[in-house]
Design a binder for this molecule. Structure first.
Ligand code: SF4
Length: 434
């Protein structure tokens, strides 16, 4: 590649020919090369330049409508010989009940009750189930005044923060704040004149209650839709920042933003743009993602892309399913990305012609039995004794199937041979001891 000598600023404003560009730096002021390669290829190129002491940093930029937005910075790790993400996006830290969203706070998992707001008993039971599953923030719809009663009941029943989800009626926000809710989701542009926005802001400020501005493809204002022709990423961001600006007018900054789309690409683009344009914490989610399987896949793709960019402070996986499933899905995504420690990391082989036990059933049984276990261990369920222990050498504990039997192994070392029907029990016994 031809060596370039432009200033970084020139490049950021003038070069416009790809959606994702990587810029490599020897320092943050001089650009050594402009690359339009994959991360992997760039890594190899930088490895060579790094050996010549030329490059040790890179910046990935996102090209949207011919304007470049730096989205993530890398540094070159010599020992690993590849680029590593520099850091999580620095966002404002907002207090929500007994925890924080943003800044250096851990990425939290949210879900939403789907019981009728009039069903206090059912809602409390569901909130308890969500809390037990590991949900860290629970949202409840507050569609009318009688629903405000639910807030006190939920606060009494669980210790995780409660969010009131409100549309259009600012009085519901005032009542929810008075009822002790920990956060309010409301779009100030939808509640009427400035005096109402001011009233909500004051009620929240007095009680240190943050507000989430949540826009989605269906809620973008008509004027913004007319400007962009569709609920594009740019339209979603403009809508969100419009609502945010109404709060800023009254010096209110304890705001969290979400911009959800059911299209993964739009959702990812909109969060990347917002990450560049403001420092508010971001609540990630793919909305109307679908039933459990497709919803999990779309959420993993969308949330995963952003979280790996260092973008995102709290997540909700939306599934057309029991909300408890959303919590397990979000936990699995965070664990799969190695963002969240604690809990079982589960490894199982895909099975092949060597498998001689009912491994698929065994893997499902083990995973189900361990779903609420919080030990920070890696468990492997492998199909054969030939490759199993070796393939899962990194696991703390595991099984490897034989013919009608299996081996229990620990850190790659065999502990004992067990009949197939006892493998589950014996494995769980060993896990108990860890
Ligand atoms: S662990 Fe054994 S059974 Fe499982 S995929 Fe590998 S070789 Fe096949």
């Amino acid at each position: 590649m031809k060596k370039q000598t432009h200033k970084k600023q020139d490049l950021l404003t003038n070069r416009t020919n790809s959606r994702l560009c990587f810029y490599a730096f020897s320092s943050l002021d001089s650009v050594l090369s402009v690359c339009e390669y994959s991360e992997h290829t760039l890594g190899e190129k930088l490895a060579k330049k790094n050996r010549e002491n030329l490059v040790n940093q890179a910046l990935m930029c996102y090209n949207y409508n011919n304007i470049l937005y730096p989205v993530k910075a890398y540094w070159f790790d010599e020992t690993k010989g590849r680029l590593l993400l520099m850091e999580r996006r620095k966002s404002r830290k907002v207090k929500v009940g007994n925890l924080y969203i943003g800044g250096d706070a851990p990425i939290t998992i949210q879900s939403m009750l789907n019981t009728p707001s009039t069903d206090i008993e059912g809602s409390v039971a569901q909130a308890k189930a969500l809390e037990a599953a590991g949900c860290e923030i629970i949202r409840a719809a507050v569609p009318d005044m009688p629903a405000v009663r639910l807030i006190a009941a939920l606060k009494e029943a669980v210790s995780v923060p409660i969010v009131a989800d409100i549309h259009f009626d600012y009085k519901l926000a005032l009542e929810s704040a008075a009822a002790g809710v920990d956060k309010i989701r409301i779009n100030p542009g939808n509640i009427g004149d400035e005096s109402r926005v001011k009233a909500v802001v004051e009620a929240c400020r007095q009680r240190n209650i943050p507000i989430r501005v949540g826009v989605n493809s269906g809620s973008v204002e008509k004027s913004i839709l007319a400007k962009y022709g569709a609920p594009t990423a740019e339209a979603l961001v403009e809508s969100a920042l419009y609502h945010v600006s109404l709060l800023e007018k009254f010096d209110f900054y304890d705001t969290v933003i979400s911009m959800k789309s059911s299209t993964v690409q739009t959702m990812v683009e909109s969060y990347r743009l917002a990450a560049e344009r403001c420092d508010y914490p971001l609540h990630l989610g793919v909305t109307e993602a679908g039933t459990e399987r497709m919803g999990l896949i779309k959420s993993a793709a969308g949330l995963g892309s952003l979280l790996m960019d260092g973008i995102g402070d709290t997540v909700r996986v939306s599934l057309t399913a029991d909300p408890v499933r959303e919590v397990y899905a979000a936990k699995d995504i965070l664990r799969g990305l190695d963002i969240r420690k604690g809990g079982i990391q589960f490894v199982s082989c895909p099975t092949c012609g060597r498998t001689r036990i009912n491994l698929i059933q065994l893997a499902e049984d083990v995973q189900e039995a361990l779903k609420d276990v919080n030990k920070d261990i890696k468990v492997a369920v492998m199909g054969c004794v030939v490759n199993g222990p070796g393939e899962a050498r990194e696991a703390d504990i595991g099984v490897a199937g034989g013919v009608g039997c299996g081996l229990i192994f620990k850190k790659g070392e065999v502990l004992r041979k067990v009949p197939e029907e006892e493998l589950l029990t014996e494995l769980l016994k060993e896990i108990e001891k860890l």
